[in-house]
Design a protein around this ligand. Structure first.
Ligand code: SF4
Length: 168
C-alpha cells in the first residue's frame, strides 16, 4: 500500500486560491503520485469560502488571540469557520503519513506565514497558518514540509527515501 500524503490542493493545480489562480508545483503534481497516494485538502474552501475571495492574513489581537482576518477589511473574520473545518479533520489525519503545505498561507503556511498586529504591523514572518499550527500541535510525529523545500532535488530524494522506508 502506498503511503498517504496530504497536500494543499492548490499545489496540485486546483484553482482554489483566494485570487482564483492555479499555482501547481510540478514535482508534487507530476512525480509524487508515483510514490504516494495523494490526499488533497483546502482549509479555506473546505470551510465554505468562495473562489475568488478576499485575501486574509493572520492577526494577533489585543487579547493575544490569533485570528484570520481580511487584508483590506479587518472586520472580515473567518477564524470560526476555519476552526470548525479543522476540528473535523482528525479522522482524516489519522490516515495520513505526511503532509505538504503551501507556504505563506494564513491557513497552510508552515512556519512561513506572516503575522500582523491589529494595525497591520508585521510582528513575525515565520508564523504558522491556522491549520498547519493545529497539526503541528496535535500530531507531533507527522512528517511535515512545504513546497519550497521540495524545490531542491536533495530534499525531493530525502522525502522519497523516507516514503520508501515507511513500513506498511
Ligand atoms: S494555501 Fe491552503 S487554503 Fe490556500 S488555496 Fe491552497 S490549500 Fe487552500
Amino acid at each position: 500500500m502506498k503511503p498517504r500524503v496530504g497536500v494543499s490542493a492548490c499545489l496540485l493545480g486546483q484553482a482554489l486560491r483566494y485570487d482564483g489562480a492555479s499555482r501547481p508545483h510540478a514535482w508534487i503534481r507530476d512525480r509524487l503520485p508515483e510514490y504516494a497516494e495523494i490526499v488533497p485538502f483546502c482549509p479555506e474552501t473546505g470551510a465554505g469560502l468562495d473562489v475568488p475571495r478576499p485575501a486574509v492574513q493572520l492577526v494577533r489581537g489585543d487579547d493575544g488571540r490569533i485570528r484570520v482576518c481580511g487584508v483590506d477589511d479587518s472586520r472580515l473574520d473567518v477564524t470560526a469557520v476555519l476552526q470548525q473545518w479543522i476540528r473535523q479533520q482528525a479522522p482524516e489525519l489519522q490516515m495520513l503519513d505526511a503532509i505538504i503545505f503551501k507556504s505563506r498561507s494564513p491557513s497552510c503556511g508552515l512556519g512561513s506565514a506572516p503575522l500582523f498586529d491589529g494595525d497591520g504591523k508585521l510582528l513575525q514572518a515565520d508564523f504558522s497558518g491556522l491549520y498547519a499550527a493545529w497539526v503541528q500541535m496535535n500530531y507531533p510525529g507527522m512528517v511535515l514540509c512545504d513546497e519550497r523545500k521540495l524545490e531542491e532535488k536533495r530534499y525531493q530524494e530525502l522525502f522519497l527515501s523516507w516514503l520508501r522506508k515507511k513500513p506498511d
